[in-house]
Design a binder for this molecule. Structure first.
Ligand code: AMP
Length: 319
């Protein structure tokens, strides 16, 4: 399959790489690494990595902005790290000739001509590493450092079970063959302003719990304003609550007044939560999912469903 993808890439001069809305390190890294590798291999091709950015991830490189895609023909679209069309961050692009998907989420729908999906992989970034290494696409240290950041992001620094033997082999290869500076990447990924640390204190102080082990933190807009943080911050911090003994599932629900929804980021230590999040209009991985809901009543309903899931899980599990 990677050979077919390479042949297709080789045959197109205009290539647009898109990924999911609400960009995270893996989505950003997989699109940047793929763009930079194609550019390195084929300097004359026009390759654009599109989507909304975030200041925190600018260290991975610049996004390609302000391009009038209507003036460009014969576009190959490559979507990375995104299982369904509605979550592709690409309002600029309405026409393309051929499309490819490279993703590690559980399958949701087919929307590209060629699709490579492996939900056993740690990250889309690891898949981009596999693509580059199994084809004549070129690699360099900068591309490897982006891939490392993506893998670190989606494995939460190799704490999750999606860190497989192959994942560690990929990291070992990149350190040995390209001398990647992991300390620098970790600093870029995890450096944060003092306001965020103080906000983390607020979150820790305001976790509520249900009877069956759901921890939830509701964050209203006035709290964001008083701590001077944006609406993505609580979701970005949710992995900091990973090892709380009393909790099986934990989530943040943050008001996003600009976009008119409440952003939910949920994590689990056992119960499979993505089906519940799907029921509420979201989705994601078995143990790491999200959703955008309309009202705080919707959040309450979601918490109730997750509480029931935890109850069932505890009753049927001896762990
Ligand atoms: P997050 O909590 O934002 O880090 O997201 C965790 C996982 O859930 C990622 O795989 C996301 O792609 C997925 N996800 C987050 N929000 C949504 C949503 N609104 N709809 C579908 N999947 C989502």
């Amino acid at each position: 399959m990677y050979k077919d993808i390479y042949k297709t890439i080789k045959s197109y001069n205009n290539i647009v790489i898109a990924r999911h809305v609400g960009v995270d390190p893996d989505a950003m890294a997989s699109s940047m690494a793929l763009r930079d590798s194609i550019k390195l291999t084929f300097p004359d091709k026009n390759v654009y990595a599109i989507g909304n950015g975030t200041v925190k991830l600018t260290f991975m490189g610049p996004l390609d902005k302000g391009i009038d895609f209507d003036q460009i023909n014969d576009i190959l679209l490559i979507v990375v790290d995104t299982p369904d069309k509605r979550r592709v961050d690409m309002e600029d692009l309405t026409h393309y000739e051929k499309s490819i998907k490279i993703d590690h989420h559980p399958f949701v729908e087919k929307f590209c001509d060629i699709e490579v999906i492996d939900d056993e992989k740690s990250s889309a970034s690891e898949m981009i590493y596999d693509l580059i290494c199994s084809t004549p696409l070129k690699m360099n240290k900068r591309i490897c450092e982006a891939i490392f950041a993506g893998v670190v992001g989606d494995t939460n620094r190799f704490l999750f079970n999606n860190s497989k033997p192959e994942t560690f082999s990929v990291i070992a290869d990149m350190i040995r063959d390209y001398g990647i500076n992991i300390t620098k990447v970790y600093y870029n990924l995890y450096k944060r302003p003092l306001s965020e640390v103080k906000f983390f204190g607020y979150m820790a102080d305001n976790i509520e719990t249900t009877d069956n082990g759901v921890g939830y933190i509701i964050v209203k807009n006035d709290t964001l304003t008083s701590y001077n943080v944006d609406s993505a911050t609580a979701g970005n911090l949710i992995n900091e609550f990973n090892n709380i003994g009393e909790l099986l599932v934990w989530l943040s629900a943050t008001e996003d007044v600009k976009n008119g929804f409440i952003r939910v980021s949920a994590r689990s230590r056992g119960p499979i939560i993505n089906k519940v999040l799907e029921k509420h209009g979201g989705g994601g991985h078995a143990l790491a999912s999200g959703a955008k809901v309309k009202t705080f009543e919707d959040v309450e309903k979601l918490i109730k469903d997750l509480d029931n899931l935890c109850k069932e899980y505890s009753e049927s599990s001896d762990e």
